[in-house]
Design a protein around this ligand. Structure first.
Ligand SMILES: O=P(O)(O)OC[C@@H](O)[C@@H](O)c1c[nH]c2ccccc12
Length: 261
């Protein structure tokens, strides 16, 4: 089994356990469930600081341990103070080392748009995302069929959240362009082989309409790469490891943004 199938199988089990513990009406009673959301799309469109979405990630299947002991409040507040457009916070425990309260702690201490980074395979997780205070959910085209994506998008929108659609190849883009997602990410990293190719993302970006909000994801580790991606129509940049591998991730982020100004 490849890694994505392994993660997906694990997620389905995790969701079944959660459903048995917490009903959706319990989730809907959570204080954050009814809180107002913040638009990541608008934050990126109006950004004067480069449209960075900074990620909080302790480890990953691709890179192993990155920064296991990082303090989620310190790092995410530091990112926000560096004037990023949004935060991406991993919530997967098994493969990405998230602690169960990372997202909630980040949410309670930040007001900028927050993307819940996880593998959505069930509507339950969309409701759970809203209860956590997420502004945006991630849908990964590679692990969902079109019917699922459409219904998850509708539900997210009903709950006032935006949808970030992640794609990685030509078919995933062309087959899904008619969906009403809010932001579209092109992942430089193939989630099965872990191979990173910025050139692949640049080529794929040409398939997207001008009006779409294009985000380049993964393996971004230099000012030059961002400038090359900007010149090829990308508006936003999702960056994790480049910041998180430092003892002070927010400082690294601040330094990069200063160079982008
Ligand atoms: O740490 P990087 O290489 O800067 O990548 C960030 C982000 O793109 C990556 O974490 C990611 C992209 N798509 C995902 C889907 C699930 C989990 C994680 C991801």
């Amino acid at each position: 089994m490849n890694i994505l199938d392994t993660i997906k199988a694990q997620k389905l089990k995790e969701v079944a356990n959660l459903k048995a513990q917490f009903s959706t009406s319990f989730l809907e009673e959570q204080p954050l469930f009814n809180s107002a959301t913040h638009s990541l799309r608008k934050a990126i469109e109006s950004s004067v600081t480069g449209g960075i979405i900074a990620e909080f990630k302790r480890k990953s299947p691709a890179k192993g341990n990155i920064n296991l002991d990082a303090n989620v409040v310190e790092v995410t507040q530091g990112y926000a103070n560096a004037a990023v457009s949004g935060l991406s916070v991993l919530t997967d425990v098994d493969f990405f080392g998230a602690r169960t309260n990372d997202f909630e702690l980040a949410r309670k201490n930040n007001t900028i748009p927050m993307l819940r980074k996880d593998f959505m395979v069930d509507e339950y997780q969309i409701i759970q995302s809203k209860a956590m205070g997420a502004d945006v959910i991630l849908l990964i085209a590679k692990i969902l069929n079109k019917k699922q994506m459409q219904s998850y998008i509708n539900l997210a929108h009903e709950l006032g959240m935006e949808v970030f659609l992640e794609t990685q190849n030509e078919a995933e883009i062309l087959d899904n362009l008619d969906l009403n997602f809010d932001l579209i990410g092109i992942n430089n990293r193939n989630l099965n082989s872990f191979e990173v190719s910025v050139e692949n993302s640049i080529k794929l970006a040409q398939l997207l309409p001008k009006s779409s909000n294009k985000i380049a994801e993964s393996g971004i580790n230099s000012l030059e790469t961002i400038q090359l991606l900007q010149a090829n129509g990308f508006h936003g940049f999702l960056i994790g490891e480049y910041f998180m591998k430092e003892e002070n991730p927010a400082e690294k982020c601040r330094n990069l943004i200063q160079k982008l100004l």
